[in-house]
Design a binder for this molecule. Structure first.
Ligand code: THU
Length: 129
C-alpha cells in the first residue's frame, strides 16, 4: 500500500465516522477498505434500538466492497476519535480474514497511526478446511 493510498483511506474513514448512526453508544467509528483494484470503500457503524443488531463500521465497508464488485481486501483503515487508536473487534477481524490475504490493518485517531498485518491482530482465524 502506498502512502497516497493510506492517505485516501484515512480521509474516507474519517468522513464516514462523521456519518455514523450511533445514538446509543455515541461511539463513532469509520472504516475504509482498499480493494485489489485500488478502489476505496468506506463504512460507519450503524446502531439499532435493538442493540444486538448494530453493525460495525468495518463490516459495512467490507459489505460495500463486495456489493460493488471488489473481491479482495488489500488494506483496512479504522478511524476512531479515541486517545489511542482503536483496533477492530474480533468479529470484524474474522470477516476481514475471509476476504484478504493477510491485508494491512491501519488504526488512526487522526494524530497517531499504527500499521500492522491482519495476523498481528488475529493470528489464527477460523477456517472450516
Ligand atoms: N464498533 C465498530 O464500529 N467497530 C468495531 O470494530 C468495534 C465497535 C462500533 C459498534 C458500536 O456502534 C460502537 O462501536 C460501540 O461498540
Amino acid at each position: 500500500m502506498t502512502q497516497e493510498q493510506q492517505r485516501r483511506l484515512l480521509a474516507a474513514a474519517r468522513r464516514a465516522a462523521g456519518r455514523a448512526h450511533a445514538p446509543y453508544s455515541r461511539f463513532r467509528v469509520g472504516a475504509a477498505v482498499l480493494d485489489e483494484r485500488g478502489r476505496v470503500h468506506a463504512g460507519c457503524n450503524v446502531e439499532n434500538a435493538s442493540y444486538g443488531l448494530t453493525i460495525c463500521a468495518e463490516r459495512v465497508a467490507v459489505g460495500r466492497m463486495v456489493a460493488t464488485g471488489g473481491r479482495r481486501i488489500e488494506a483496512v483503515l479504522v478511524f476512531c476519535d479515541t486517545e489511542t487508536p482503536t483496533p477492530p473487534c474480533g468479529a470484524c477481524l474474522q470477516v476481514i480474514a475471509e476476504l484478504g490475504r493477510n491485508p494491512w490493518v491501519v488504526l488512526s485517531n487522526g494524530l497517531k497511526t499504527e500499521r500492522g498485518r491482519l495476523s498481528d491482530f488475529l493470528p489464527r482465524p477460523f477456517r472450516a478446511s
